[in-house]
Design a protein around this ligand. Sequence first.
Ligand code: SF4
Ligand code: SF4
Length: 283
Amino acid sequence: MKQIVIISGKGGTGKTVITGALAALAENKIMVDCDVDAADLHLLLQPKIRQRHEFICGKTAVIDPGACTKCGQCLAACRFQAINGKYIVDPIDCEGCGLCARVCSSDAVKLVDNKAGEWFISDTRFGPFVHAKLGIAEENSGKLVSRIRQAARDIAKQRGSDYIIIDGPPGIGCPVIASLTGVDLALIVTEPTTSGLHDAKRIMDVARHFNVPVKLAVNKYDLNPEMTDEIENYCKKADVPVVGKIAFDRRFVEAMVAGKMIIEYDAQAAGEELSGIWQALKD
Ligand code: SF4
Ligand code: SF4
């Protein structure tokens, strides 16, 4: 079983549309959306949720008003100003450090599990799909990414799947690292702009740090052929194979609006190029 992650180093490169198309082309696979802060692959896959799980991460303090003597010890101790003058904890500010519970001599503070989001196992017309939704203002998206990747590996083992296709988050932060670690290959999708090249370089460095082999595809390459040349030259020097160049095509947007994969919407739209990219990844 091989794990392939599609990443971009920045948002807005068309990564998810390309991930969706590659996932549709791959046979016997599990799909995972690791962009848990702003998941959107489900818009194309239209999943039917089979299993729903809570993502518990960390603790939140809760003060029992019946037991609280309003002595003020916890308020003075909390370094995150999470407790207000009425001795109510704001769960958004609370870091779950537990100091308030330690200083409270009335045993009025309890630390309860923090429900930080949900994750799902779903059926789609292209096969099983594992995805998640991080709660509003919640952190620890890297842990949630690791959780859903583990779930995908378990399903892949049970089913004897050949591939896990992962839609990675943008950027180079914690959830990206959690998406990259242990994969067999990373495909970087970039666009022909200065920032596209800059962010592709950064994500290449991160992937190399984790010993992940990298290939690259340029989306909307024809909008700036000079910058596309610059990206290709850089990749040549960096020994990163450029496995595809996809031209700008309004049908990509139309397909998204219709909630379809591009290859479903119009097989002629970049069909050959996307098949070529998938073949290069398989090779
Ligand atoms: S330390 Fe305990 S008793 Fe004192 S104000 Fe805080 S919760 Fe109430
Ligand atoms: S657990 Fe820590 S952060 Fe949360 S209210 Fe208590 S002292 Fe403040």
